[in-house]
Design a protein around this ligand. Structure first.
Ligand code: SOE
Length: 381
């Protein structure tokens, strides 16, 4: 291998494995100057299925034993796209073997696992090994622009956030059981799956941690058809939370996989004392801006976020040639490669992932205690 080559292994080949594979395949075509990616090996439990997926997604090889793969000398980076119950073990093994690691969100199923992963990443950092979490919505250019505008004071001091992430693929009570509905595999339900994205975005946009949470979790459909008959659902179908940040801003959050008619509806509104921002994933190339410097009389203005000076856009197409959901994963891969090549710490870090995990745990804890407001720990473990 040349110095400028990173040999990648992805573990997991279904939805997220496919999204990440597409990113590794395309990143070099759009982000020149980064280390070249070699799609070395795709890993999954079902030998025939992973072989077919590897062929389809452009991987040189397929394998079924992740432990053997993370120990291989011809693998430099391990990208973990498996259910949450395996994140800790694969990440720890990969970091111990000196591999850079990307873990699809949420970082782990529990705070304790996330803390172990933070400790492992901290030791690995000392030898130049990098670790990051895959919160891909950070890479939506309009949301990256929102962060810049907030940091530049364009909406003043943030007071309120309204955030919702709504899907409907579980609205039908006859929809079958999946690993995402079992606590032992997924850790939690929609709270970890979609709530983790929202908490990460709140912390990213406001550039501060969530420090208090009150929550309510609901499981509307308690059993689902499983392989052996009706099976108990052990996680939440929908969740609500009120979050307080370090500066005193308050965020109201609603997440559901039971919101009939909503396919992948992520909306965020941020209100400051001088202006405001509004985002809708179904129109992901746009940001609605009430610019505090322009004066309130103008109201919200639509900014088409496709100009070369907008975040990540210079890598893509001419202005007005819009991006989609899959681009966020390619930008994520590019930023990780850049950190690896530059010897810098990538973001979001495992510490960022832990802080999300702590907020999620506080929401669940609050729900169990009737919705009382609970403190979210911050800082080192
Ligand atoms: C399923 O709800 C899911 O695939 C999430 O796991 C992803 O993180 C989200 O981007 C799309 O929906």
């Amino acid at each position: 291998m040349t110095e400028q080559e990173i040999r990648v292994a992805v573990v997991g080949y279904s939805f997220m494995g496919k999204a990440h594979s597409n990113a590794w395949r395309n990143v070099g075509a759009f982000f020149p100057g980064l280390p070249a990616v070699r799609q070395q090996v795709l890993v999954g439990r079902d030998g025939a299925a992973v072989k077919a997926a590897a062929h389809q997604y452009g991987w040189a090889e397929a394998a079924t034993d992740w432990e053997a793969v993370v120990a291989r000398d011809d693998v430099d980076l391990v990208d973990i796209c498996t259910p949450g119950d395996t994140h800790r073990d694969i990440a720890l093994a990969a970091l111990a073997a000196g591999k850079h690691v990307l873990v699809e969100k949420p970082l782990a199923n529990t705070v304790v696992e996330a803390e172990e992963m933070v400790a492992a990443a901290a030791s690995a950092r000392a030898t130049g090994t990098r670790a990051a979490v895959g919160f891909n919505y950070r890479r939506v250019p309009a949301l990256a622009l929102a962060r810049e505008l907030i940091a530049d004071g364009r909406i003043g001091a943030v007071r309120q956030v309204r955030a919702a992430y709504l899907q409907d693929w579980l609205a039908d009570a006859a929809a079958p059981m999946t690993w995402r509905l079992r606590k032992e595999t997924a850790g939690s339900g929609v709270l970890g799956d979609l709530g983790s994205h929202v908490v990460d975005l709140v912390q990213l946009l406001l550039d501060e941690p969530v420090v208090t949470a009150s929550g309510r979790l609901e499981t509307f459909v308690p059993t689902r058809p499983g392989p052996d008959g009706a099976e108990q659902v052990t996680v939440d179908d929908a969740a609500w939370a009120t979050l307080g940040t370090a500066s005193g801003a308050v965020a109201s959050v609603e997440v559901s996989r039971m919101a009939t008619g909503r396919k992948n509806g992520l909306t965020l509104e941020v209100y400051g004392d001088r202006g405001a921002l509004s985002f809708d994933l179904e129109r992901l190339n746009e940001l609605q801006v009430q610019d505090g410097l322009a004066g309130p009389a103008l109201g919200f203005q639509r900014v088409l976020v496709t100009e070369p000076e907008h975040p990540s856009l210079s890598a893509w197409w001419p202005p007005g040639h819009v991006l989609g959901w899959d681009h966020t994963f390619t930008i994520q891969a590019a930023e990780l490669l850049q950190a690896v090549a530059g010897g810098a710490d990538p973001t979001p870090s495992f510490e960022d992932g832990l802080q999300v995990q702590r907020a999620l745990a506080a929401i669940a804890d609050s729900s169990e205690r009737g919705g009382v407001r609970v403190d979210v720990p911050t800082g080192p473990t």
